[in-house]
Write a protein that binds this ligand. Sequence first.
Ligand code: ADP
Ligand code: MG
Ligand code: ZN
Length: 481
Amino acid sequence: MQKYETVIGLEIHAELCTKSKLFCHCAYTFGAAANDCTCPVCLGMPGTLPVINKRAVEFAVRAGLAMDCDITSHSKFDRKNYFYPDLPKNYQISQYDMPLCQNGQVTFDFNGERRTVTLRRIHLEEDTGKSVHAEITGDATRSFMDFNRAGVPLLELVSEPEIHSPEEAVAYCRAVKEILEYIGVSDCNMEEGSLRCEPNLSLRPMGSQELGTRTEIKNKNSFQELLDAMQYEVQRQTRILDTGGEVVQETLLFDASTGKTAAMRGKEEADDYRYFPEPDLVHVQIDADWLDELQPMLPELPAARRERFIADYGISTENAEFLTATRPLADFYDEAARLSGEPTACANWIMGDISRLLNAAEIDIPDAKVTPAHLSELIQLINDATISGKIAKTVLDDAFETGKMPKEIVKEKGLSQITDTSEIEAIVMQVVEEHPGPAQDYRDGKKKAIGFLVGQVMRATRGKANPQLVNQILTRVLSGE
Ligand code: ADP
Ligand code: MG
Ligand code: ZN
């Protein structure tokens, strides 16, 4: 039996993809030249004043609605004070005791079970800048500041400590990521830091209801790293408790190269931040009318979409999960299935050949030249026996490359199947004549020998003969009928 129960709660930060920052007009582009996306407001110059970006509030509310939160009617911003080079004002405008959204839920499937995790709160805050450590001529390393990211709206989603394994925590983060992407409030690009998942993790004796002392783990930029970090931390805390030690509440940094966590700083308490209401901003009032407007604008969410795909299109749970992983992929599948009336074939093509082509080209589905209309037409061409499944693959390759419609490609390249019986018969006779060995083997009862002969006929027709017809005719010719 397991000795300890793992307890995990997560703080997830997501950068909102609003056109401008939270309190100024600057637009932020990842990868822009250092300090290009800044102005006196986001540089924290004395005398400047913040003005709230309404769209950022709307995005936060949208996330709250999508995650079943209570949306507050009255909210405010607070100053969180701390000194760090990447924080131009020496305080961060955040929300302390009056977050925009509270008491939500995130539901997801984990190990074949439906799980629901409570969201304690969702609030808005501004992102910080970045320190850049660069080696300059000579061998001195200097630190520079890039404030492009400073003031970008950040959503913080805080869960209750209700998660009980590193794997479940990753499943929860994936669910949150999917929802944020579906509702279009964040691109959730982990490599670029638009989505950052910080787990708080503690252990307690099995059966105990009290929470153990937790550590917080910083700076994950992939789900794999997040998982490795938590698994390492479970082992580390187990060793401490097993040897009678005490876990110290602190913030740890996980180093992917060593696979270990290291202490970064002692954990601050709220008092250390000297929170107080931001005097430069007015309070935020959220009308019921506005909520009534926003609610119906939410798209179908990933969980609902998965269920509909399974119920309406008859595909498996695993396939539905694959096909709803991103909204553009799910939109593509939905439309292709509707257009073609062939949901199973569409699923197979998308998960097989289309995914292969996308991976090879290193692009995502919205950037592909192949559309649901292409896929639908391709499937019709197979269904009405114009082309074989094998030829269809080459047609798809071509369509992927050029964007041409499958019918056009088939016509241009003369790829239609030969369904003319006499034409196939002539080729069959020739092949049998050229390969007397296998033909005799077949007549002697080695029925498998027909496979070779079918292959030869297909080759002679460059794959264009209808394989079923070839089989029929070969059988007839070989049995001397
Ligand atoms: P802080 O404000 O100091 O970061 P919170 O109490 O707001 O701390 O909690 C932050 C996150 O840590 C939440 O997601 C919460 O669920 C989680 N958490 C709090 N206590 C524990 C614990 N003992 N074990 C695991 N997670 C915890
Ligand atoms: Mg915190
Ligand atoms: Zn600015």
